[in-house]
Write a protein that binds this ligand. Structure first.
Ligand code: HEM
Length: 416
């Protein structure tokens, strides 16, 4: 490391930082384009433009051997998975389920997702009070279990393993230690329970076994690929969707805009929540050769930590109200909460589809949402969001007079 390089002793993964990382991200962005985090031996990249530039150079900033912070995770636990591979191997793994995540597949799925959202929203809002996390979790888990083709009996094992998988990407702290057995139990359960015979042919698992049979991937890749898709698809969407509901409950005018025209505003409402509060706050890359990040020289073999959570709050990209929630923000979907480059999230359309369905169903049943108690935070090495978030609702299907009142509200000045 050059003697004049920007450094920081920030304990990025300590509880107090995880609880509110934004002032610390701000300090990192002011310190340099890349800042050496002495405690972890990695370079934090915290600005939107610098992070976007890194993602455009996957040959220089590789995922193989560098997505996680411990050697054990990089060399054993996540090695060879779709997250942690580059080049041709990554493309081979990524191709296996590309059809399942296409626009066409989403169109075929839309009716089922909408019906599920309507049923769950009716059920959860019936008493006038619900936990946004419980609703989002129920919605996403039902969707993923069905699409993966997994038996419901193993749901709890799988679900405790998916959040743990993200802790395993972090440093060697208590969270990491506690997560290891949970993440291994999830992979073990998949190995034990999932066979060609007991998964539906049209499920993600069915497609993975087809790819093995066609020689596209090895048999040994099948379960790690399934684990990666299970881990990637659940907590991310649950936390992002629940945070979106909390934001809408905290910003009544924004809720009214969304409610008036969910076809137009549900997607921006979801993306604005993801920009502001990225469910995956950070992930690593390994330099395959020396490189420059915004004028800071980094050597081959060094590791960078891409702070997606910070990029979404960068005022140089999002303006002075980067911390605010405004669903009418221009190009709010151009955030980096889904990553970028070859590792761009594979499930964007599926996440959007579920969020749209839940927001539409809520819009058609509830005139008002209010936060009804202090939301509690998840503390995870990578993930950010709530573990519970009570919301109260007022029921009233949209009527012409309420739509007119909403239109009036929407014409009143800027939204905060
Ligand atoms: C709001 C929801 C979601 C968020 C915020 C999110 C975020 C991300 C991010 C940041 C990455 C890139 C990691 C990196 O840079 O190395 C990623 C990758 C990935 N995501 Fe998502 N994700 C979401 C939902 C989903 C869903 C529903 C699926 C469906 C299976 C999914 C599947 C994947 C996969 C397979 C990858 C790895 C792609 C690769 O390495 O090529 N994600 N996601």
């Amino acid at each position: 490391m050059p003697a004049f390089a920007p450094v920081s002793s920030l304990p990025l993964f300590d509880d107090r930082v995880l609880a509110d990382p934004y002032p610390f991200y701000d300090a990192l962005r002011r310190t340099g384009a890349a800042v050496h985090l002495d405690q972890y031996g990695v370079w934090a990249v915290a600005g939107h433009a610098d992070l976007a530039a890194v993602l455009k150079m996957p040959d220089v900033f590789g995922s193989e051997g560098g997505v996680a912070l411990t050697a054990l995770a990089n060399q054993k636990l996540v090695a060879g998975t779709v997250f942690a591979s580059d080049g041709a191997r990554h493309a081979d793994l990524r191709r296996v389920l590309s059809k399942q995540f296409s626009q066409r597949a989403m169109m075929a799925l839309a009716g089922r997702i909408t019906a599920r959202a309507e049923r769950l929203v009716r059920q959860y809002t019936a008493t006038g009070r619900f936990d946004a996390l419980a609703l989002a979790r129920h919605m996403v888990c039902d969707t993923v279990m069905e699409l993966m083709g997994l038996p419901d009996a193993d749901r709890d094992v799988l679900l405790s393993g998916t959040a743990a998988t993200f802790d395993v990407f972090g440093p060697h702290n208590d969270r990491y230690q506690q997560a290891l057995p949970l993440a291994s139990r999830m992979v073990g359960t998949l190995h034990e329970k999932v066979t060609r015979k007991n998964v539906p042919a049209e499920s993600w698992m069915g497609a993975i076994f087809d790819a093995v049979d066609a020689g596209q991937i090895d048999e040994a890749d099948a379960i790690p690929l399934a684990s990666a898709y299970a881990a990637a698809s659940i907590d991310t969407t649950v936390l992002g969707l629940a945070d979106c509901l909390v934001q809408l409950a905290q910003h009544p005018q924004q809720w009214q805009i969304m409610r008036r025209d969910p076809d137009r505003w549900a997607t921006p409402a979801f993306h604005e929540a993801l920009r502001r509060e990225a469910p995956i706050q950070g992930v690593g890359r390994l330099l395959t050769q020396a490189a420059d990040v915004g004028g800071v020289h980094l050597d081959a073999g060094e590791q960078v930590w891409l702070l997606y959570g910070s990029a979404g709050r960068d005022p140089r990209r999002w303006g002075d109200n980067a911390d605010g929630y405004d669903i009418r923000r221009l190009h709010t979907d151009r955030h980096l909460a889904f990553g970028g480059g070859p590792h761009l999230c594979a499930g964007i359309l599926l996440a959007e589809l579920q969020a749209q369905a839940v927001l539409r169903a809520l819009a058609s049943r509830c005139s008002h949402l209010t936060v009804d108690g202090e939301p509690a935070r998840v503390l995870n090495n990578l993930l950010r969001g709530y573990s519970s978030a009570p919301i109260a609702v007022e029921h009233s299907p949209r009527t012409s007079s309420s739509a007119a009142r909403t239109a009036e509200t929407c014409q009143q000045g800027p939204v905060t």
